[in-house]
Design a protein around this ligand. Structure first.
Ligand code: HEC
Ligand code: HEC
Ligand code: HEC
Ligand code: HEC
Length: 169
């Protein structure tokens, strides 16, 4: 065998050995126990603090809003999509029945135009929907700069919730 081939094979053997050793050293302990991932990752995730309540937990105290919402176009939206994580809110209200919620647990009420625009602003990059093929998982879009932009009396931009009930738009 020519000398240069021997050297090349030698180099390869060294690289492969180096790879095997490093793999052994660097591989996290629980890797591969349950599949091609770290089994510990599951446990670590369960330790993270929870922020969201389950969807139905709001119904207990806000029954009217829930039943309004179930009748309208926003039926499929979960409360916390709009109001933000509310586990602490629900836990506190459950524990201290007639006590005023502390400021930090009063939830955001997304009543500004920008809040609705997050989902409803027409955007060329979004999937196009026409009237005939409405699919409930797709969101109806308006150009909010043109859709009732200004109150003729006060010259101020109307809020979306001046006309649309957010719980039953
Ligand atoms: C144990 C009762 C209870 C539960 C459960 C509960 N809330 Fe409340 N919530 C209250 C009370 C009390 C208030 C303050 C008085 C009011 O406005 O009705 C309030 C107020 C609110 C407000 C208005 C905030 C403000 O500025 O007054 C929002 C929004 C809200 N809750 C959303 C939710 C959502 C979303 C959930 C479910 C994750 C939820 N709540 C679960 C009792 C509860
Ligand atoms: C599309 C977003 C959206 C969703 C989904 C939504 N809300 Fe609201 N919610 C709002 C807005 C906006 C307001 C403020 C209304 C206003 O100021 O007139 C509000 C107000 C409230 C208030 C204050 C009292 C009131 O009637 O104004 C409560 C309580 C509340 N929401 C609870 C809920 C609960 C419970 C759910 C789920 C069943 C829910 N919301 C789902 C947008 C939403
Ligand atoms: C998280 C996304 C989201 C947000 C935020 C949101 N919506 Fe919606 N909206 C939807 C979905 C999903 C539907 C149901 C599909 C549809 O009909 O377009 C819907 C439907 C509607 C409709 C009925 C459209 C139709 O088909 O005639 C109106 C009106 C509406 N929303 C107004 C609002 C207003 C006003 C706000 C702000 C308070 C708001 N939405 C915030 C997702 C959202
Ligand atoms: C002056 C009252 C008024 C205001 C303010 C208003 N809307 Fe509307 N909106 C309507 C009416 C009426 C309709 C139904 C007729 C139509 O399609 O124009 C409608 C329809 C819609 C639809 C359904 C469109 C479709 O293609 O069927 C959406 C989505 C919507 N509005 C979202 C919004 C959002 C988001 C805002 C805030 C930027 C807003 N609206 C502000 C009165 C209003």
């Amino acid at each position: 065998m020519p000398q240069h081939l021997k050297r090349l094979i030698g180099v390869f053997v060294i690289f492969i050995l180096f790879f095997l050793v490093m793999r052994q050293v660097l591989r996290p302990k629980s890797f591969g126990e349950l599949g091609h991932f770290r089994a510990d990752a599951i446990y670590e995730n369960t330790l993270r603090p929870m922020h969201y309540a389950v969807a139905d937990s709001c119904t207990k105290c806000h029954k009217d809003i829930r039943s309004d919402k179930d009748l309208g176009f926003h039926a499929k939206l979960k409360c916390e999509v709009c109001h933000g994580p509310a586990l602490k809110h629900a836990t506190f209200a459950n524990k201290f029945k007639n006590k005023q919620l502390p400021d930090s647990l009063v939830l955001y009420k997304p009543g500004e135009r920008k809040d609705c625009a997050v989902c409803h602003q027409r955007n060329a990059a979004r999937i196009k929907i026409t009237f005939d093929t409405i699919n409930t998982t797709m969101i109806h879009q308006v150009d909010i700069m043109k859709h009732h932009p200004v109150d003729p009396k006060t010259n101020a931009a109307l809020k979306c919730i001046d006309c649309h009930n957010p719980h039953q738009p």
